[in-house]
Ligand binder design. Structure first.
Ligand code: PRP
Length: 183
């Protein structure tokens, strides 16, 4: 590779909250807990793109069951750092979740508005059960009550990036979760 084509990698100014090793250990625990509760079933792990992508895939790998994966996408209009609650479905699940055990995977539950929208939509499809797993639960930020069955960690009002979560579409591929330091 020529010098001009070489990759310049700069370290982002991010304070690490949870290291890759901490995340791996916690996700492993969560996966085993879900496997115990859903033993003998073939659950569907669903996530809303894009923030939960890493968590969903790692959680599925940590769950020793025959797990099916599916994805949906929503558009949420608000500022870059907060959700407005005006959530609109732009890409639905492919799988019929009727009669299935569903685990909704989230990277972070903040106001709860996205999750509330999803759960309302899923409930009318008559799943056998509906559970929520999130890596991070920003409990103090809740605007609407939502059930969270499995939470990796409860955190405060921090704007987190990494491990799937972004700031302006950057930092999703950081292997850790951190807080972006203001310049
Ligand atoms: C994030 C996150 C959740 C949602 C939670 O998604 O992935 O889906 O916000 O916020 P809430 O509880 O206040 O609704 P975001 O809208 O940033 O899109 P992204 O997943 O594509 O990053």
């Amino acid at each position: 590779m020529s010098e001009s084509a070489s990759v310049v990698k700069t370290e982002p100014d991010v304070r690490v909250l949870f290291s890759p090793a901490q995340i791996a250990a916690r996700v492993q625990e969560m996966g085993l807990e879900i496997a115990r509760e859903l033993d003998g079933t073939r659950p569907v792990f669903v996530s809303v793109l894009k923030g939960a992508c890493m968590f969903q895939c790692d959680l599925a790998r940590a769950t020793p069951l025959d797990v099916e994966l599916d994805f949906l996408a929503v558009a949420s209009y608000g500022s870059a750092k907060t959700s407005s609650g005006n959530v609109r479905l732009i890409h639905d699940l492919r799988v019929d979740i009727g009669g299935r055990h569903v685990v909704v995977c989230e990277g972070v539950v903040d106001s709860g508005l996205t999750l509330s929208f999803l759960l309302d939509m899923f409930r009318v499809r008559n799943p056998a059960s509906l559970r929520v797993a999130t890596l991070l639960d920003k409990v103090p930020c809740r605007k609407i009550e939502v059930p969270v069955d499995y939470a990796g960690w409860k955190i405060g009002n921090e704007f987190v990036v990494g491990y799937g979560m972004d700031a302006g579409e950057r930092f999703r591929n950081l292997p850790y979760v951190g807080v972006l330091q203001e310049a």
